[in-house]
Design a protein around this ligand. Structure first.
Ligand code: SF4
Ligand code: SF4
Length: 320
């Protein structure tokens, strides 16, 4: 299965850009159990998961998010900054581990990318507007015979038949976060490991994020009314939405969560010894690596010179 086009606002001016469709556009597509390519798309699975996909699937399996991620997903980097992403685990032949002879083993909670197979979707924003909207396009893979069927429907009907309304609503903000990160970068230079870890936790590992929200460490920095906190930690969707808010706050400095006065300074004071110790370890490690690098460069230089001498010797009288 080719990777789904959930976030690809590439060069829209390119002559290769496919025809853009809206919800009223008519398409001729059908996917059903008797089609000759049934299950073929699941045998070449390359499924990037969204935050909401993971909520649905961890609920399906009644699993803690950390356990779910370990069992059913593989990590990958979504961009050159190393923004963490997760993909559905497959077997060694790229067959999705949820595929059964009868079809998808998690059909009612299958990810967005599987629901959109056959279609591509992307979020757009017109110049000067603050509103995003989705546009759609045909994604005609050779293996997919759905486009040869004569069933006519609108994109909106297709979307509804695939149960995508919730998915589109909840994925929208997460995709905006990723697009914002891609276009604007993080607030200060290259993202730190810590911001990447927070992105991972707030996007995918929601049960760990919940434990973080309930921890004294969170309360020392962020001010949330108890009623609001209770609402967030008792519902996965609320938790996911708070995760989006948290990422905007932490990654883009939007200050969407009230903070304890001088929280960072107080936290620094409390953890000063640990932070300085960590810093020292990092500096020592950097020096050690630099030392090794220099030694290696010297060793390679020496070897080159030795080779040069040997070559000279071989071309001299002693080799005749
Ligand atoms: S999750 Fe289901 S629909 Fe998606 S690739 Fe796996 S088996 Fe196919
Ligand atoms: S019609 Fe397309 S989406 Fe449906 S089973 Fe065949 S390849 Fe998969």
């Amino acid at each position: 299965m080719a990777e789904k086009k959930l976030d690809i606002p590439q060069d829209m001016q390119s002559s290769l850009v496919p025809e853009m469709l809206n919800l009223d556009s008519k398409i001729q597509f059908n996917c059903h159990k008797n089609i000759s390519c049934y299950n073929q798309c699941c045998k070449q699975a390359d499924i990037t998961l969204t935050a909401y996909d993971i909520v649905r699937m961890k609920q399906h399996f009644d699993m803690d998010s950390s356990e779910f991620l370990k069992t059913y997903t593989v990590p990958f980097e979504m961009d050159a900054h190393g923004t963490p992403g997760v993909k559905m685990r497959t077997d060694d032949d790229s067959v999705c581990i949820h595929m059964t002879e009868e079809g998808c083993g998690i059909y009612e909670n299958r990810p967005s990318a599987c629901r959109y197979y056959g279609m591509g979707v992307m979020s757009r924003r017109d110049q000067g507007s603050t509103e995003d909207y989705y546009v759609y396009f045909r994604n005609k893979e050779d293996i997919c015979k759905g486009w040869e069927e004569d069933h006519e429907q609108t994109v909106g009907e297709y979307r509804e038949s695939q149960g995508l309304l919730d998915y589109d609503e909840y994925n929208r903000e997460w995709m905006q976060l990723i697009l914002k990160k891609k276009s604007a970068g993080y607030s200060i230079g290259k993202p730190s490991d810590m911001s990447m870890q927070l992105f991972f936790m707030a996007s995918y590992d929601l049960d760990r994020f919940k434990r973080f929200i309930e921890s004294p460490a969170f309360a020392k920095v962020y001010l949330l009314e108890q009623a609001e906190k209770d609402k967030i930690v008792s519902d996965d969707i609320e938790l996911m939405k708070f995760g989006y808010r948290f990422m905007r706050h932490v990654l883009f400095g939007e200050e969407s969560i009230p903070m304890v006065e001088n929280a960072y300074e107080k936290r620094y004071e409390e953890r000063k010894d640990i932070i300085e110790m960590r810093h020292k370890v990092e500096v020592d490690e950097y020096k050690r690596k630099e030392e090794e690098r220099k030694k290696e460069a010297l060793r390679v230089d020496d070897e080159r010179q030795d080779d040069g001498h040997d070559a000279d010797a071989c071309h001299g009288d002693s080799c005749k």
